[in-house]
Design a protein around this ligand. Sequence first.
Ligand code: PHE
Length: 436
Amino acid sequence: MKKTQNWNSSIGFILASAGSAIGLGAIWKFPYIAGLYGGGAFLLEFIIFTLLIGLPLLISEFSIGQLGKTYTISIFNKLSGKPILNSIGYLGNITAFILYAFYSVIGGWIIIFIMYYFGITFNLVEPNPDFFNQMMINPNYVLIGQAIFIAVTGIIVSFGIQNGIEKASKIMMPLLFILFMIIVIRSVTLDGASTGLKYFLIPRFEDISIKGTLYALGQSFFALSLGTTGMITYASYTKEKTNISKSAASIVFMNLLISVLAGLAIFPAAFALNIEVEAGPGLLFLVLPQLFNKIAFGMFFYILFLILFLFAALTSSISLLELNLSNIIKEDESKRKRTALWISIIVFITGIPAALSFGVLNNIKFGAGSIFDNMDFLVSYILMPIGVLLTTLFTGHILSKTRLQNVVTHGFSIWYPLVKYVLPVVILIVIITQFL
Ligand code: PHE
């Protein structure tokens, strides 16, 4: 997507932002964090945060993009006349870069799984019930997977063809949704599924903890791509008439829907199949193969699922790469390919310790856990909340109310006081509590 270009229609903008939002966050991360922090209690907190905090923040990022219409490292100065505020844009770029580095590790796992199941289909490899655990610790597998994921993202972005990818998501996303419905139906009809269903849907208030609450808030930022200025970038390509409040509402709705479906697919099955819900980042990869085993033509459906899952992850990684790239090349499209290559190489190198942290670097544990956990912690629970805090302060206290009124045409009277007074306080409290 070139900066000089606008989306041809609102739908292009919605597809791209929904593509950025819906990805590993909703499908892979949400169930595993919910499994670690209390199932139903986590779901409830996540829904509340997404609607009351995530939605207004998304509208806030969209309004900055639509009013400023330029790169995120200059947009804050352009709108306020204060060059120092461009640091919000730089911070977003750093956050997106680190996020991309560990995101690509999980993208790589999906790719290895796809290759493995194709291998089984064509009788090239033997089925191996312990495949996930062996793959995760094997440096060759994880690094090759990660490299391919970064390469595919890089190729799409260097040819500037993400427009086409976004159009394809008109077909892929509904397909993913339908497939999820099938998996959910199978999952909830397994013997012993009801325990898992209760675990996920019924909040037990004793499970609510400070850490879980922080993680639920961080998850709502991560899943909506907030606090990286990624959504500001996409909104800066919109035409004036795009209704950003409605667009934001539909993205939030889709994202919640996919998160809930992922939970409904995984928890009943995990309980029925005796898989530990606290398995961590491997949860989805441990549960789904067994679940698909119990579906007619399971292998075919599983491969289809993995391809759609990969697609969803790619539309997010594209936005991460494009954010960094657009700020470097600015209008000079001739630099696109070379810059995409360089960023990809550096991201790959940065991601190596994260990729290896499930295997050879497994014994390095500090702060939030493994190297991977620490990168995620830094991004999701420190940098994103700070990015979000600065963005909301910028919207509520620097931008003029009249200008905002022109772009936020729906629900302004509720949205504005939320963004100006309530959210900065709430987010600040959350940031502070984790250092106590
Ligand atoms: N929202 C994406 C996901 O859930 C991740 C992401 C975060 C992408 C921030 C871009 C910017 O997978």
